[in-house]
Design a protein around this ligand. Sequence first.
Ligand code: Z15
Length: 842
Amino acid sequence: NTPVANQSTNKIWKLMEKYLPNTKEAIQSSVVNHVEYTLAKTRFDFTLLHCYQAVSHSVRDRLIEAFNDTYQYFNNKDVKYVYYLSLEYLIGRCLQNALVNLELEGQYKEAMLDMGYNLESVYEQEVDPALGNGGLGRLAACFLDSMATLNYPAWGYGLRYSYGIFRQQIKDGYQVEVPDYWLDRGNPWEIERLDVNFQIKFYGSVTKKVEDGKERTIWEGSEIIVARAYDNPVPGYNTFNTINLRLWRSLPSSEFDFKSFNQGDYFKALESRQRAEFITSVLYPNDSTYAGKELRLKQQYLLVSATIQDAIRRFKKKRKEWKEWPKYNALQLNDTHPALAIVELMRILTDIEGLEYEEAWELVYNSFAYTNHTILPEALEKWGVDLLGNLLPRHLEIIYNINHIFLEKISRKYPNDWRKLSALSLVEEGTHKTIRMANLSIVGSHAVNGVAALHSQLLTSTLFKDFYELRPTKFQNKTNGVTPRRWIRCANPGLSALLNDVVGSDDWILDMDILKNFQKIADDPAIQNRWMQVKRQNKEKLYWWVKERCGVDLNIDSLFDIQVKRIHEYKRQLMNILYVIRRYLDIKKTPAEERRKLFVPRSIMFGGKAAPGYITAKRIIRLVNAVSQKVNNDQEIGDLLKVVFLPNYNVSNAQVIIPASELSQHISTAGLEASGTSNMKFVMNGCLIIGTMDGANVEIAEEVGEENMFIFGARVEQVEEQRNKMRNSNYRDYFGPRLTEVCDAISNDLFGYKYDLEALLDTIRNKNDYYILGADFESYCEAQQRVDNLYRNKSEWTKKSILNSLRSGKFSSDRTIRQYAEEIWDLEPCEIPNPSKSEKER
Ligand code: Z15
C-alpha cells in the first residue's frame, strides 16, 4: 500500500489529534450516533440488544484511541515485547470490564439512566466469549489484564474460534452439548485487520539444494492457507495503556489454493477452500486431556506460524541484527500447546534467514520460556511422528536435529546412562513413536515454571527430575493469580464499596497487599454486619439465578456451599456428592425434632462442564442430578438440604456464583491440581475453603492461616501409600462403614439410573481407587462437621471470612505478572502519557 502524500497526512494528523470527551452529553451523543449510523436503527425500532451494541461501539471508539496510542508509543520507545502464546483465552464479557478499567462506569451509568436504560441490564445482553476450557484459558485472560494494567509492552496471541466451548444443557439429568456460535450477533469488540494476513503451509515435501558449497533446505507445502488477524483491545486499569489480544482466523489462500489438486473441478475446489476456514472453526473441549487429532495440530501450527511471522516482521522493521532478537523479544508458551513455535523460529532462522544452526539456537533458547500446568500423564502432548511428519515434514526433521545434538551432549556428560538418555529424549520410542512436546519445550526454553509452589516442587522432583538435575537454574515457580478488577471490582460491587470505605480509597484494586493493614476490622461488629449484608445481597442474586434456571427455591439463610470447576475425577466432585448422600442419610436417621439442632441448613451447588467424550465425568453429573431430584423433593428434608447442579458454568456465571458463595470446595487428590485459580477468587470474595493441601491451597493456607480454612485429607507424601492399601484390601474395609453405606444406597437404587451409577461406583470400588476417595472420606466428613459448627457462630464465621479476603493479596495476578516480567522476561514497564490528565478535562 502506498502511503498518502505528506501534505494530506499532516491534515489527517491534525484531524485525528483530538480524543473523545467523556462528559455525559458526549457519551450520549456517541451512543446515539452509533444507533443511527452503525446500526442503522431508529428510535421506533430499537431494542435492549441494539442499546448494548451502540454502547459497546461507543466504548470501542475510546478503546481504539488508547490502543493505537499505546503501540505507537511502544514503537517509538523501541521497547522489548513479551508475546504470550495460548490456544485458549477465556476473556468473559467485555463491556463492564472495559468501563471499569477506563474508569467510565459511573459516567456511562448516568448517561444511560438519563436515556431510560439501566446499564446492568445492558451488560446482560453481551455473549460471553468462551474461547477456552477452564483454568488455563482464564489464567491467560487474567494475565492480559495485569500486563495492560502494569504497563508492560505485551501482546496476546491466540485463535479466533467460530465456536467456543459448547453450551451445557441438562436434559433428564444428563449433559447435552450445544454448539456455541458466539459470533451470531456480531462482535463489536474486535477489529478485523484485512491487511494483516500470513500464509501458512501444511504437508508437502522437503528438498536439499547445494548452493555455492552450502546446503539449503526447502520445504514446499502442498496446502497453503491464510491466517488473518482480529485484534481485541485489552484496557489496563488506571492507565491509558491498552494492549492487544491478536486472534488468528484461517481463510483460504486466494493465490495458491490447495496446490493444483482440484483444478478444473469447480465444486471440489470450493470444498477445499472451505476446509481452510474449518481450521479455526472449533475449540477442542478437553481440559487437561490430550486428544491427538490432526486438526488440533493444524490449529497449533497456524497460531505458531502466524505469530512468529508477525513478530519477525515487527522486529525487522526496527533492526537488522538477528543477534539482538532476545534483547527485544520474550515468548511465553502457555503449556506445550504452542511449543511448535520453538521449531518454527528455528526453521525460519536457518532455512530462510540463513543463520547457522548454533546461532539460531542461541536466539530461540534465550527468547522462549515454558509454563507447565499439570503433571497428569493424560494431559501431556505426544504427537505421533507419522502424523507430525506428514503435516509438517521439515519441523519433524528439525526436532530430530535438536534431539540429536541434545542427546550427544547428554551422553558425553553421562556416558552409558541409557535410562537418563531415554528419559530426556524428545522422542519416545516404541511401537508408536512419538514426540514429547514437554521435553521439546524444556530443551528449547531458558526458563520453565510451574504454577504453584507445590506443583513446581513436584515438577523438579518427579516429572522433570532429570532435566532439573541437568540445569537446576532453569526451573522456577510462578504461583498463579487472578485479576481483582474482574473478580472483585466487577463481580462484587458491594464488597468493592465496602473495601473502599475501609481503606478510604480504591487503591486496593492496584495494591491488594494494603488490605492487610486493616485486619483489625475483622472484629468490629459494625463492619461484620455490613460484611454479612453484602454477602446476603450476593446470595439473593444467586437465589434468583437458581430459581430461574434450575427451578429450585433455596433458603437464603442456608449455608451456600459451592464446587464449580471442570468435572474431572482428580477434582473429586464424586467425593463431594457422596458426602451429600451421607448427610442425607444421616438427616433421615435423626428424629425430626432433633434435626435442626444437629444439622445446619445447606444449599450444596455443583457446576462445571464434562468433556463430551469423558463418560465418567458425565456420570458424575448424572449422579448429582439424581441426588438433587431425590433430596429436593423429600418433604421430610425441607430446607435442611438442597442440592443443585448449576448449568453451563462459564465466566459470566462465575461472576454471579463466586461472590454468593460462603463455603467453597477445592478437594482434589493431593499433588494432582497444579494450582487452581478459582480458589483464589473465592478467598478474595470472603468464602471459606474446604480443601486438601494441594496446588495453591497450600499457599492460601500460608497466607490466610490454616485456622481460617477447613483443611483435610492425605498429604502428597501419603497418597501412594493409600493407593497401595486399597490394592491390598476389600473396598468395604478400606472405605469404612459410612462410605460403604452410601455406595450400597446407590447400588440399591435409591436414586435410580442404576446402569450409569454402578459403573461410576466401579471407578472407586474395584481395587483401583486411584484418587483415594476412600482414604480421604472420613477426614472430609470431619472437616464438614467443623464447617457446621463454625457456621452456627455467625460472628466467628464472618470474622474468618473478612480475614480470608484481607489476606488474599498474594493471589492478585499483578504479583504473578511482575514476577514473570522480572524473573523470566526481563521486561520493563512502559507507561504511555495519559491524555485524560491534560487535554480531555478541558
Ligand atoms: C488446564 O486448565 C489446566 C492444566 C492443563 O494442563 C490444561 Cl490442558 C488445562 C489448569 C490446571 O488444572 C489448574 O490447576 C491450573 O490452576 C490452571 O491450569 C492454570 O494454571
